[in-house]
Design a protein around this ligand. Structure first.
Ligand SMILES: NC(=O)c1ccc[n+]([C@@H]2O[C@H](COP(=O)([O-])OP(=O)(O)OC[C@H]3O[C@@H](n4cnc5c(N)ncnc54)[C@H](O)[C@@H]3O)[C@@H](O)[C@H]2O)c1
Length: 463
């Protein structure tokens, strides 16, 4: 019994020891209570470490996997939005079409606007509107010398009437800025062309102005001036004859030379030196007039001849050395106002808008004899210098230079024929025209900084 008890006791002990041994064997793989785990790995430190590890793993997952995937997804969506295909892979036709439609609508609106007006530029800031004429009323008109001073104002008038205007110009004295405001207009064309060469065009009216007009310019290359007046006029008359166009020549008061009658009427034949420094211009214009009437009489070309007297206004060439531009440029810069001799010559000055209206009335009326276009207001040149000095508030001195050769002593148009045949007479007062011209040259000076006034030696190239 005693042994059994002991055995049982021992067995119990054996059992107990075997349970413990089993527990020990199981311990690495079996779940343990937190308590035991704590004991096995150092308690609460283990818990914190494993939590940190978890967070680290989650962070890595977000940073390296979730965010890049989200970005890729966003990008793909964006590309899909901008591409011509939708998410379903079908072509995105409707939105592309509406984009094109709105661009086309805008372009059409802009073109419509630009086809009915000029573009403001520094030289011509005011917007000029052009009407839309029916096809049978819209004329095809050529203006030779249309980039020059008078020509560019004439182009403005014809464009504002709604006609199709082509400018032929070799830019000898013309300036692109004078016509830049029309370059985008569908009714306007510019052909860089020398009128001494023939040209083929379809045209109904030709205003033939191409010719340098100021003494320094036309004396710069006298042979070319003669060619321009003679060959140029022949070419334009040939064109007029071929296509049945009406043609107007801008002749000049210079065909009267140093006149012996005063004021000058159209039936005065003039007093011109054939071999002086001004002859290339004066005689060139005289023979051009003769050509006009020869083509009229022999070939029935419908012709008009305007004899233009001294004209001034905005867009005059700053270096053309003419009285008005020179005096204004000198006064605005407080440089000496230079007059030739005692300044006792007389000149009559018309504002360019009046001249343009006269040219237009002549072309559109039936009268085909030569017609004077000028302002009979006559000034002594020295008085004119004083007037410009006053209008510009200038501190300039008036400086007398040597009298130039063949300078006409008196110049004043008789415009009774223009009044009778065209119903035309100048409307702009000289002082009002001068104010506009002074404002224009002030603008040129503000842009250019300084303009060297053109003196008597300016007609020859400087060595
Ligand atoms: N402005 C005046 O006071 C005045 C007086 C009398 C006559 N005119 C006449 O009026 C017309 C215009 O004078 P403006 O004052 O405008 O002169 P401008 O010099 O400003 O204009 C003349 C234009 O003709 C162009 N031209 C010259 N030679 C050419 C050629 N061979 N081929 C093509 N183009 C050429 C010039 O580049 C310029 O654009 C001229 O025929 C001139 O004789 C003018």
């Amino acid at each position: 019994m005693e042994r059994r008890k002991n055995r049982r006791k021992n067995g119990d002990e054996e059992d107990a020891s075997s349970v413990d041994s089993i527990r020990i064997i199981r311990s690495p793989s079996s779940p343990m209570s937190p308590e035991k785990k704590g004991k096995a790995y150092g308690g609460s430190n283990f818990f914190l470490a494993s939590k940190g590890a978890m967070l680290l793993v989650v962070g890595i997952m977000i940073g390296y996997v979730a965010v890049p995937m989200a970005l890729v997804e966003l990008n793909v969506k964006d590309i899909h939005n901008r591409s011509s295909y939708g998410n379903d892979g079908a072509p995105r036709m409707r939105s592309l079409q509406s984009d094109e439609d709105s661009i086309q609508t805008r372009v059409a609106e802009d073109q419509k606007l630009l086809s009915t007006q000029s573009l403001p530029t520094i030289t011509s800031p005011q917007i000029m509107h052009t009407p839309i004429l029916s096809d049978h009323r819209r004329k095809k008109i050529v203006v030779t010398g249309g980039a020059g001073f008078v020509g560019s104002h004439l182009v403005d008038k014809l464009m504002m009437e709604g006609h199709e205007v082509t400018v032929l110009d070799n830019f000898f004295t013309g300036q692109k800025k004078n016509i830049a405001h029309w370059l985008q207009h569908p009714n306007f064309s510019l052909v860089v062309h020398d009128v001494t060469e023939p040209i083929q065009l379809e045209v109904q009216e030709i205003y033939h102005l191409a010719c340098p007009a100021s003494p320094p310019h036309y004396q710069f290359n006298p042979v070319k001036t003669i060619k321009t007046s003679t060959m140029g006029t022949l070419n334009m008359l040939g064109l007029a004859k071929r296509v049945g166009a009406k043609i107007l020549l801008t002749s000049t008061s210079e065909i009267y030379g140093d006149p012996q009658v005063h004021p000058q009427k159209e039936d005065y034949w003039g007093n011109v030196n054939t071999v002086g420094p001004r002859s290339c211009y004066d005689e060139g214009k005289r023979v051009a007039e003769t050509m006009m009437y020869s083509y009229k009489n022999q070939n029935h070309v419908d012709i008009r001849v305007a004899r233009i007297f001294n004209t001034f206004g905005p867009r005059m060439h700053p270096n053309d050395g003419r009285v008005v531009s020179n005096f204004i440029i000198q006064s605005l810069q407080n440089k000496p106002i230079t007059i030739y001799g005692e300044g006792e010559q007389t000149r009559s000055f018309q504002f360019v808008d009046d001249l343009v209206n006269g040219l237009h009335a002549l072309m559109n009326g039936p009268y085909d004899g030569p017609v004077n276009l000028g302002n009979p207001d006559e000034y002594l040149v020295r008085d004119f210098a004083v007037l410009i000095k006053k209008l510009t508030n200038s501190a300039s001195e008036i400086q007398k230079l040597e009298q130039t050769k063949d300078d006409p002593s008196r110049r004043k148009p008789d415009i009774s024929l223009a009044k009778e045949k065209l119903g035309w007479s100048p409307k702009v007062k000289v002082e009002d025209g001068l104010q506009k011209t002074i404002a224009y040259f002030q603008g040129v000076l503000d842009q250019a900084g300084e303009i060297i006034p053109t003196g008597p030696g300016a007609s020859k190239p400087q060595n």
